[in-house]
Design a protein around this ligand. Structure first.
Ligand code: TNX
Length: 537
């Protein structure tokens, strides 16, 4: 009894003292964080957690006299310009980008820094000098996200704040654990405009994601113009869940999205879901159905009823046309051919069709990516990237099929639905989202290890993780925000940070601190009771 009476007082005291360490043993909501951010954020107290942090020395400060130094390399110059553009509105400083390596804020490539790999970076911070070094421009770009997060959240504001802009002293040396860190957006169930997708790209870039997977076709709608098949968009784009107007991207708009992502060192993986999830295509081209009859447009959320027709040569001509054009729009390595939930496709037909679809991808020099049914009911081509979306409770035999594909040369991206699906409800009372995979709390989405998740799949075969955001129940950018924040940053940490250095009790404090930044960015985040949020928010 005494203890229970005392507990709230202890929590209040801890808060008043600015103690930010959440009590792992506490039941109920963790104590709030101090209302205000510290003037200088401790080095490395960011998301995702850096691989190595050596704090020390006095901080670096941006000033009105700061110049951003970049070598003549166009990739370095571009990242320097992005950084300066990001820092100007809130600081009000001029921040000229100059070709002077002695500038106080200097970006440089070190081609010999092999240990930094394709995306690693080193950040050194000391009075009067901040240097960011990487082997590639992508590494510099990831390092810029660290610079942003080390600065006060006010740096994200679009109007001038008169305050100090300090970065704690010391060195961060940081490399990702996995090369593939993806975010998927379903623009088929509800359509999202180019600007709305760009806003999502900006959000994932802050957490060092490097892949945007776009789910471009499904039963409800076809969302990308295909010149050789104009009815796909003239007819097949005009529906979405709930009966809204739908929509699609012209090829120019799509190229614009790919460029926008590429400028953030994010690769776009387009998905054309085959042979199921094809009702919108069948509505557009009824000759693709086995009986030749056009189905009704679909505005519901059930799945598994549509299929292309294995016996018809039209099917393969259609797939060749579509995949050929999508490949031509795709500078990235992968074409995702779906392959999930083909519940109305006979097993032999599934095998026959996926056997013929995969070479169409290879013909254009691309690699196949597919949901893990391809490993269960089909035979993945060598080098295929299998996206696992099962659950903890998925039968071992099904997981074993994925392990078998890995032994035959496939790679795996992990999106376990009961961990990584951002469209699952957080809790029973979450208004948005689905719950077929159960509820997925912030803690549940964070507390698993991608390197040791699937039996028989060693860490070396895991390309990384992906956080899918399906949109059956999500129709506005605010809806996307609410489901992605705060789980999206945690999945980024699973993909980026070393397994050893992270745990829930310290993570949730780092996560809570991010709320200042989300507010500055106008992100409509969900106030999960598992996380200690800044007092008053
Ligand atoms: C399963 S994941 C699906 C999607 C749904 C999603 C909803 C996958 C490959 N198929 O068609 O949108 O669940 O959570």
């Amino acid at each position: 009894m005494r203890r229970r009476l005392l507990a709230p007082a202890v929590l209040l005291l801890a808060t008043a003292l600015g103690c930010t360490e959440a009590d792992p043993g506490a039941s109920g909501p963790p104590p709030a964080l101090p209302a205000a951010e510290p003037e200088v954020r401790p080095l490395g107290r960011i998301v995702p957690l850096p691989a190595s942090v050596k704090p020390g020395g006095a901080p670096y400060a941006l000033t009105a006299a700061t110049r951003v130094g970049a070598s003549g390399h166009p990739g370095v110059r571009a990242v320097a310009e992005q950084l300066a553009a990001h820092l100007r509105p809130a600081t009000g400083f001029r921040l000229p980008v100059v070709a002077d390596p002695a500038a106080d804020l200097a970006l440089a490539l070190d081609p010999a820094a092999a240990a930094l790999g394709d995306e690693g970076y080193e950040l050194r911070s000391a009075p009067g000098r901040l240097t960011l070094t990487a082997r590639t421009p992508a590494g510099l770009y990831r390092g810029v996200q660290t610079v942003r997060q080390q600065l006060p959240a006010d740096i994200e504001r679009t109007t001038v704040r008169h305050r100090s802009w300090k970065i704690a002293g010391g060195t961060v040396r940081d490399v990702p654990r996995f090369p593939y860190r993806g975010a998927m957006l379903d623009v088929a169930r509800h359509f999202f405009t180019v600007d709305e997708v760009k806003a999502y790209v900006d959000r994932v870039a802050l957490y060092k994601y490097n892949v945007l997977h776009l789910h471009l076709s499904d039963d409800q709608g076809w969302r990308i113009a295909v010149a050789s098949r104009p009815r796909l968009t003239a007819v097949g784009a005009a529906a979405e869940v709930g009966g809204g107007p739908g929509g699609f991207y012209t090829r120019e708009q799509y190229r614009e999205l790919v460029r926008y992502a590429a400028a953030r060192h994010i690769e776009v993986v387009p998905e054309i879901d085959l042979p199921g999830h094809t009702n919108a295509a069948l509505v557009s081209y009824p000759e693709l159905t086995c009986d030749g009859k056009a189905p009704e447009p679909h505005t519901g959320i059930d799945t598994g009823f549509s299929s292309l027709c294995a016996e018809k040569e039209e099917t393969y001509a259609f797939a060749a046309d579509v995949l050929g054009e999508i490949a031509a729009l795709t500078p990235g390595r992968f074409l995702h051919i779906g392959g999930d939930e083909a519940d109305s496709t006979a097993p032999a037909d599934y095998r026959a069709m996926t056997d013929r679809f995969q070479p169409l991808v290879a013909r254009h020099g691309k690699k196949v990516m597919a949901w893990h049914q391809l490993a269960v009911d089909g035979v993945p081509a060598p080098g295929t990237l299998i996206q696992y979306w099962g659950l903890d409770r998925t039968p071992g035999a099904e997981k074993e099929k994925v392990a078998e594909a890995v032994r035959a040369g496939a790679g795996v991206v992990l999106s376990p639905a009961d961990r990584a699906y951002l469209d699952m409800k957080y809790a029973d009372d979450t208004p948005l989202g689905l719950r077929w995979a159960g509820t997925v709390s912030v803690r549940r989405s964070y507390e698993w290890d991608p390197g040791a998740y699937l039996p028989g799949v060693p860490e070396s075969s895991v390309a990384g993780v992906e956080a899918p955001l399906w949109t059956e129940t999500l129709s506005t950018p605010e809806h996307l925000d609410t489901m992605a924040f705060p789980r999206l940053p945690g999945l980024a940490e699973l993909g980026w940070s070393p397994a050893g250095g992270r745990d829930w009790d310290t993570y949730r404090v780092r996560l809570g601190e991010q709320a200042h930044r989300w507010d500055a960015l106008g992100i409509a985040w969900y106030r999960s009771p598992e996380v200690p949020w800044p007092a008053g928010r």
